[in-house]
Each structure stands twice: as structure tokens, then as C-alpha cells.
Ligand binder design. Structure first.
Ligand code: HEM
Length: 207
């Protein structure tokens, strides 16, 4: 298949997955569906957070995959999956502010200081917001070479996201899903840093 068609095919898959899951959670909350269990707000919110982290992790896969296969078209999926991560994070964060804290800053501020994982979530969200805003062609042109540097923050957002997940769960890294996300993100981070690490320890780099 031609790269153009492959991109279309995989973009279609991402759209199908993202829209169906977003619709499932939001529709489930609206219609009080049984699959959201006895506490639909908590379950819905957790699902939105989970999918946001899933799409963020997926966004980190495309660069190593294109290097591994020599097929650069994989990178064309980065923007879409990154925006899906943001699309799940927005209702996730809004539900926290609206349902948990009644949109009241005098509740939200102390909670940010009290519960480390909330601050970590907010930090990850702030990065996703900046990346989503600057993801357009227009911003890419405006920022030039700095655009790539800025969008490397995706890695930091993923690390903050997994820390947020780890601190939210009492057993932390012992939880199988937390562990799986942490391992995948750590491997992707390592793969990305490998050329830089090799360069900094190779004898020629000391010369
Ligand atoms: C201002 C931003 C954020 C706030 C205030 C926030 C808040 C929360 C809260 C309160 C929970 C626990 C919900 C419950 O137990 O009922 C939660 C869970 C979670 N959040 Fe966030 N979050 C934020 C951003 C993010 C972002 C950006 C991500 C992903 C990159 C994320 C991923 C998760 C995950 C994976 C869970 C646990 C899901 C599970 O238990 O299956 N959150 N968040």
C-alpha cells in the first residue's frame, strides 16, 4: 500500500478508537449507562484520564517506529494522537473542577497542595494545552526550529501523566496497568535518548 493510503488507514483507526471511546464515556455519563458502575462520575473520569494517557503514550511511539522501519509516514499520526490525548484530558480535568470542586478556587488551590497527584495532573495538562495550541501549521512556521524543541515536551507530559497515575493509585507501580504504562514510557524515553547518550559517552565526543 502507498504511504498516503497507509496514513489515511491508520488515521481512520485512531479516529474510530478516539471518537468511540470519548462517545462511550460521555454518552454513558449522560444516559447513566450501567457499564459505568455504581459511581459513574468517578469511573467516567478515570476512563477519560486513562485514554488521555493511552493516546499520549501512542504519540511517543511514532518516531521510534519510523526510525525502526525506515517509514517516515508514521510521524504523520503524531498530531492526531496528541490532539486526542488533549481531547480526553479536557473533560477529565473539567469533571474534576466541576463535580469534585464545584468550580471553587478556594477548594481547588488547597487540593493542589494537599494531593501531589492533582498538581502532577495539572502540570501534564498545562503542557498538553500548549502543545495543542501550537500544533497548527501556522505555529510551526512561526516557531521555526524551536517548534520541534517545544514539542519534545510531549515526553515530559507523559512522565508527569504516569506519575499522576502512579500517585493516584495506592499500590502505585505494583498496579499492573500503571506498571505497563510506566515500562512502555520508560522504554520509549530511553530509545529517544539513546543517540544522545551514545554521543556523550563515545570517545570521539570527548575530543
Ligand atoms: C488539571 C489536570 C488534571 C486533574 C485535576 C486530574 C485529576 C484526576 C483525578 C481527581 C483522578 C482520580 C479520579 C477518581 O478517582 O475518581 C484522576 C485519575 C487519572 N488521571 Fe487525571 N487529572 C488531570 C490531568 C490528567 C492528564 C493530563 C492525564 C493523562 C496524561 C491524566 C491521567 C489520569 C489517569 C490515567 C487516571 C487514573 C485512571 C484510572 O484509575 O484508571 N490526568 N485524575
Amino acid at each position: 500500500m502507498k504511504p498516503k493510503r497507509l496514513v489515511l488507514f491508520f488515521k481512520g483507526l485512531c479516529w474510530a478508537l478516539g471518537v468511540s471511546q470519548l462517545g462511550r464515556v460521555i454518552g454513558g455519563l449522560y444516559f447513566q449507562a450501567e457499564y459505568l458502575g455504581a459511581n459513574p462520575l468517578a469511573k467516567g473520569m478515570n476512563l477519560l484520564g486513562w485514554w488521555s494517557l493511552f493516546f499520549l503514550t501512542l504519540t511517543l511511539v511514532w518516531t521510534p517506529l519510523s526510525q525502526l522501519t525506515g517509514q517516515t509516514w508514521w510521524k504523520q499520526l503524531q498530531r492526531l494522537t496528541g490532539l486526542f490525548s488533549f481531547a480526553f484530558a479536557v473533560p477529565h480535568m473539567t469533571m474534576y473542577a466541576y463535580f469534585d470542586q464545584e468550580l471553587n478556587w478556594s477548594y481547588i488551590f488547597p487540593d493542589l497542595l494537599d494531593r501531589k497527584f492533582i498538581l502532577l495532573g495539572l502540570s501534564a495538562f498545562s503542557i498538553l494545552l500548549v502543545l495543542a495550541i501550537t500544533s497548527t501549521k501556522n505555529w510551526q512556521r512561526k516557531l521555526g526550529a524551536n517548534w520541534k524543541k517545544l514539542h519534545r515536551l510531549t515526553y515530559i507530559a507523559a512522565v508527569l501523566g504516569i506519575l499522576h497515575f502512579t500517585y493516584r493509585i495506592k499500590v502505585g507501580l505494583q498496579h499492573p496497568e500503571v506498571k505497563a504504562f510506566a515500562i512502555v514510557i520508560a522504554v520509549l524515553l530511553l530509545v529517544r535518548c539513546l543517540p544522545w547518550l551514545k554521543g556523550s559517552i563515545s570517545p570521539s565526543s570527548k575530543a
